[in-house]
Design a protein around this ligand. Structure first.
Ligand SMILES: [Zn+2]
Length: 375
């Protein structure tokens, strides 16, 4: 990709576990995402929640099978058991700065983890991997936790005193293990999702639906967690297909703020400011960022949690050789959003700069046949 080698700081993950991922990696074949676009139905109901939701969607796909990451590189797809081990290790190494807890269990009984770092007054919520086959935000989150929570540097202590960053790390563990988009609910006939598989979690955040009535279990967990944490900013990390911009250069990530009509102007402004911070930070790492043409439906997290402003960021699925750079790109956005919220620079940004982010262009020809993700 043209986002020249941004692997700075990526060599810290222990690689001892990587060999264990060989078999898992072999299961990761090219997916068909057909039907995804049909999920983006525009339903304009009033949104009742308040927050800044930033959705980061990254498209990672076309994984080369049977290749463990070489030493010094981050395992892009830790198993859910391995993820739990890594979170526990981060918690221990942070000496109290990182708190890991389960916000509930998936339909197959796997814990859905929240990891929280800092205790400052500004509350930021990141959500990763609502779609099980969009994994890279999850490992970027682990790197962010390490960067912000393990250590006692002056910057780290300052950051933690200003912000509380909570991350729902791998919202859809069943979908990850099954390597599909949906949760696990094979007997359901979901309005959004796929019969025989499960629900599309990112269509079930509608604030009009109470968590206890939410048919998509993991979405209900996030709704409850959101209500308890009451973040000012929410960023949702996903992955999309491959696209070019108007000049033919490949898009490495796309982002979008809430587009539901229930979002107030001031909250939309904050969402656009978050979008600009994300775009700038990723661009500094070599990314080529566009707007994301997402839907208005209020069940999408970007909209549902977006009354104070929300942003969606999608990383493009550029193949296995670009995964480390894409992880770093997502990490850059996580770090920059937290830092800019902490030092106040976020609110100094002209939100109109977000409107100047170019639209996403056409699919890369060889990738078009594989279909597209959405939100
Ligand atoms: Zn997604």
């Amino acid at each position: 990709m043209r986002c020249g080698a941004v692997e700075r700081g990526l060599g810290r993950t222990a690689v001892g576990s990587l060999l264990a991922q060989r078999n898992r990696a072999a299961d990761l074949v090219v997916q068909s995402y057909s039907g995804a676009d049909s999920c983006v139905m525009a339903k304009s109901t009033r949104i009742a929640l308040l927050s800044v939701a930033v959705a980061v969607i990254s498209v990672l796909g076309f994984v080369a099978p049977s290749q463990a990451a070489p030493p010094g590189r981050i395992d892009p797809r830790p198993s859910t058991a391995e993820l739990a081990r890594k979170l526990d290790e981060l918690q221990r190494r942070s000496h109290g700065a990182i708190e890991v807890s389960a916000i509930g269990k998936s339909n197959q009984g796997r814990p859905v983890w929240s990891a929280r770092v800092g205790d400052g007054p500004l509350r930021v919520l990141y959500v990763t991997q609502q779609h099980g086959d969009e994994p890279l935000g999850t490992v970027a989150a682990l790197e962010f936790l390490r960067e912000a929570g393990v250590g006692q540097s002056r910057y780290q202590r300052w950051l933690r005193s200003q912000v509380t960053v909570d991350i729902v790390v791998r919202a859809n563990p069943d979908g990850h293990e099954l390597n599909w988009r949906y949760n696990y609910a094979p007997d359901a006939a979901p309005e959004y999702g796929e019969a025989g598989k499960g629900y599309d979690i990112n269509r079930y955040h509608d604030p009009a639906v109470a968590p206890e009535n939410n048919p998509a279990t993991e979405a209900g967990l996030i709704q409850r967690h959101y209500a308890e944490f009451q973040p000012q900013i929410v960023v949702d990390y996903h992955m999309q297909g491959r696209y070019v911009d108007g000049g033919g250069r490949e898009i490495t990530a796309s982002l979008m703020w809430p587009t539901n009509r229930g979002v107030t102007p001031s909250n939309l402004e904050l969402a656009k400011q978050v979008s600009v911070v994300a775009q700038r930070s990723m661009t500094e790492g070599g990314a080529n960022v566009s707007q994301y043409p997402g839907g208005d439906y209020q069940g999408i997290a970007r909209n549902a949690y977006g009354l104070r402003g929300s942003v969606l960021i999608e990383l493009s699925d550029m193949g296995s050789q670009h995964e480390q750079a894409q992880i770093d790109s997502a990490l850059r956005s996580m770090s920059a959003i937290a830092r800019s919220a902490a030092d106040g620079s976020l609110r100094m940004i002209n939100p109109a700069e977000a409107d100047a982010i170019p639209p996403r262009g056409e699919p890369v020809p060889q990738a078009a046949a594989a279909g597209t993700h959405s939100d």
